[in-house]
Design a protein around this ligand. Structure first.
Ligand code: FES
Length: 99
């Protein structure tokens, strides 16, 4: 697990992109629960920084594919799965594991 940011740097219902080992990771804060996923849509590679966060899902701004932040699945397009990374909190630090 690697510390990538502080919780206070990711606003509630907001996002922050961090770089870990040359890879962009998107952090999403939903009511104090931090999720981490790749910052590239598995459909056609659009960055997800402008994605809409709603009801535990992230909607890609390009074609609207919706990915579960729990497991990365996309109900409407099951061939596309967003990579989700494990998150741990240590005080105010967000730790993630790229696996
Ligand atoms: S690039 Fe994300 S839905 Fe098409």
């Amino acid at each position: 697990m690697t510390a990538v940011a502080k919780i206070s740097e990711v606003p509630n219902f907001g996002k922050k992109v961090v770089n870990l080992s040359g890879q962009e990771v998107l952090l999403v804060n939903i009511k104090g629960v931090i999720h981490a996923c790749e910052n590239e849509c598995p459909h056609q590679g659009s960055p997800l920084t402008a994605a809409i966060v709603k009801d535990g899902y992230l909607s890609c701004p390009r074609h609207g594919y919706r990915f579960s932040l729990a497991d990365g699945s996309c109900k409407e397009h099951p061939e596309c799965t967003l990579k989700i990374y494990p998150v741990q909190l240590d005080g105010d630090e967000i730790l993630i594991d790229l696996g």
